[in-house]
Design a protein around this ligand. Structure first.
Ligand code: COA
Ligand code: AMP
Length: 633
């Protein structure tokens, strides 16, 4: 609907955007009315003791209530809440809202019997099975704070998170299942707890038939027997500003950042996004083909669709080889999926194995309305391929663990704007996106700079880093007063379309997984033969980026270079996990550096990607660049 103001016709998007920008408190209090509070908020925004704006400070609610009980109370208890589709085990199962609520209430009772209360932390290290989502919701039911750790991370990563979150309980399974391999989880959990200074009181282990775990420690408890003995636990009211979860994400150092998500702002933003961005009806079927270990999984496998009352799909498989590149389309047809959301890398994998879309054409996709992508930039060839083959609108949207929902996108529920390849379209109502230069000055259209968000940030965005507020201030707020810096570079064009050009820090995206090259450097640099090293993310046609290491040996070290590379690859795999995809380390005599000793990682990456580059004026020794070119052959 267009409205005429002072001679200008405002589009539906502009109206909504302007409302959120000019009267954010009114706008968000209005959106807050769409969820079922225990105590509805009267105050929209208040500054907390750290000077951070907080949403709905006087509101009380329970996120699990909104996701489950509320729908049962509304007479929608028999509606399907969750579909579990697991091509790797051959299992397909459906859960109604009543059923899911009852199971979650019992799991909450099981946690409560181990002393878990409001504010306590629970670490969840589980693959893509329904109990992972149930565990999250059970924590939410108790007002406990969950921290889900992606199942592909190695024990060291789990240990770091356990040590930081200090959970009373860890919830896990006996194994995860990847294509053609069963990965025992319990030994990884035992190792992580052994290496962590913090020891949880209890570890609940859900036994899976593919590989049973030995419950050898005193703290180990069999999940199924415990849940059978547990009493259903009611929803515990929490303040809107109480944390719902901590989700660790890669920063520039080896220590991941614990992004804190509050209950109230998150629930309101989830509810708003389901209509405004995804345009999915309440009884629609929504499928985010991601993993509960990532923010996409938190927001759009678990909370968003359930708060909205949809059917969500939890898929334990891959886009290809499960058993073929038709897996996504099969699921869409079988369950009448309205909205599909995944990472561009997943579609590149499908395109590689089914370039003509022969599998796609075997399925009836008439119910599928829109395909959304995020996690990395949607490259124009992939956009074009998916659009042409599926004949559906394909929407790129840009967001981060820190925000929990899209910062920029094409809000299809407000107005489907024309798509520009390479752009994630426009800022979502509530976000004020600006492009700043080093001095913090706004850039003209089409000029690249730091992509920054003017405060206050909308609901759901992080208010702090878990137990490290200084890191939040220093990493996000300190650079430009009044702004949050996203860590991404990019520009706005003359029509206000946002183009995200990639990270400007040491974070890379490998197959939609956010990883820190700084952390990889710490691991590689810890090898006794290595004097110093640089890890950069180089372009990869399938995974978007892959890490590549450049190492300088200590003087006098005499090693077989193939053996050394194998050791470094093994070390990164052992300490971060196979998902890091660190496969190569090249030995150089020296690394290119500035005169003040900073490694010129950007220039190294440009050389590795075969891009045109200018020799930085601050370079100490220009011949060091020849050395990089030499090893790259
Ligand atoms: N548990 C244990 N190991 C895991 C894992 C998990 N949950 N996820 C991945 N791994 C392992 C893989 O088995 C593989 O191990 P290998 O080196 O021994 O073969 C390694 O980590 C790399 O995995 P991945 O990067 O996923 O590569 P792949 O070749 O198996 O699959 C894609 C490639 C593109 C199909 C896959 O990465 C994908 O579907 N990506 C979508 C990502 C996504 O959903 N991102 C979330 C944001 S929306
Ligand atoms: P994560 O926190 O794991 O969701 O990763 C967030 C980062 O992924 C962002 O800072 C971007 O670098 C990148 N990213 C996510 N979505 C997009 C997108 N649509 N376009 C470009 N980059 C994206």
């Amino acid at each position: 609907m267009d409205r005429i103001t002072g001679g200008n016709v405002m589009s539906a998007y502009e109206q909504e955007y302007n409302w959120a920008q000019s009267k954010p408190e009114e706008f968000w209090l209005n959106q807050a009315q769409n969820i079922d509070w225990f105590k509805a908020p009267n105050t929209a925004l208040q500054t907390d003791e750290n000077g951070i704006e907080r949403w709905f400070p006087d509101g009380e609610l329970n996120t699990a209530w909104l996701a489950l009980d509320y729908h049962c109370e509304q007479g929608r208890g028999e509606h399907t809440a969750m579909i579990y589709d697991s091509p790797v085990t051959g299992v397909q199962k459906q859960y109604s809202y009543n059923n899911l609520r009852d199971q979650v209430a019992k799991i909450a009772g099981m946690l409560a019997s181990e002393g878990v209360e409001k504010g306590d932390r629970v670490v969840i290290y589980m693959p893509m099975i329904p109990e992972a989502a149930m565990a999250m919701l059970a924590c939410a039911r108790l007002g406990a704070i969950h921290s889900v750790v992606f199942g592909g991370f190695a024990p060291n990563e789990l240990a770091v998170r356990i040590e930081d979150a200090e959970p009373k309980v860890v919830m896990t399974t006996s194994c995860g299942i990847e294509i053609n391999k069963v990965l025992p989880y319990k030994p990884l959990v035992d190792k992580a707890i052994m290496d962590s200074r913090w020891k949880p009181d209890t570890v609940f282990v859900l036994q899976r038939p593919e590989c049973e775990a030995e419950l050898g420690q005193e703290r180990d408890k069999d999940w199924l027997s415990a849940v059978n003995q547990a009493k259903a636990h009611p929803c515990v009211p929490v303040k809107a500003t109480d944390p719902l979860y901590i989700l660790y994400t890669s920063g520039t150092t080896g220590k991941p950042k614990g992004v804190v998500r509050d209950n109230g702002g998150h629930a309101v933003a989830m509810k708003y996004s389901m209509s405004a961005i995804y345009n999915v009806p309440q009884d629609g079927v929504y499928w985010a083909a991601s993993d509960v270990g990532w923010v996409v999984g938190h927001s759009y496998i678990v909370y968003g669709p359930l708060i909205h009352g949809c059917t969500t799909i939890l898929f334990e498989g891959k886009p290809v080889r499960t058993p073929n590149p038709g897996a996504f389309w099969r699921v869409c047809e079988q369950y009448d999926v309205d909205v599909l959301f995944s990472a561009p890398t997943a579609f590149r994998a499908i395109k590689k194995e089914d370039p003509e879309g022969e599998y796609l054409h075997q399925y009836d996709l008439s119910k599928l309305k829109t395909i959304f992508m995020a996690g990395e930039r949607l490259d124009p060839p992939t956009l074009e391929w998916v659009q042409t083959k599926s004949n559906k609108p394909v929407i790129d949207h840009w967001w981060q663990t820190e925000t929990g929902w899209a910062i920029a996108g094409n809000p299809t529920g407000i107005e489907l704007m024309p798509v520009k390849a390479g752009s994630s379209t426009k800022p979502i109502p509530g976000y004020q996106v600006e492009i700043l230069n080093e001095a913090g000055e706004a850039q003209a259209p089409n000029q690249q700079g730091f992509v920054a968000l003017k405060r206050p940030l909308p609901p759901s965005c992080l208010p702090t880093v878990w137990r490290n507020h200084d890191r939040f201030e220093a990493g996000y707020l300190g650079q430009f007063p009044g702004y949050y810096v996203s860590g991404d570079g990019g520009y706005l064009d003359e029509d206000g379309y946002l183009f995200i050009m990639g990270r400007i820090d040491d974070v890379i995206n490998v197959a939609g997984h956010r990883l820190s090259t700084g952390e990889m450097e710490e691991i590689v640099g810890g090898h006794p033969a290595i004097a110093e090293c640089a890890v950069v993310g180089v372009h990869d046609d399938l995974k978007g980026q892959l890490p590549l290491g450049f190492v300088v040996l200590k003087d006098g070290v005499d090693v077989d270079l193939n053996e050394l590379e194998g050791q470094l690859v093994g070390k990164v795999r052992d300490e971060i996990g196979a998902v890091a995809c660190f496969k190569h380390a090249l030995v150089v005599d020296r690394l290119p550096k500035t005169r003040s000793g900073k490694i010129l990682r950007r220039t190294i990456r440009q050389i590795a990607d075969g891009e045109h580059y200018t020799v930085p004026s601050t370079i100490d020794d220009p011949t060091s660049l020849n050395e990089i070119e030499r090893v790259l052959g």
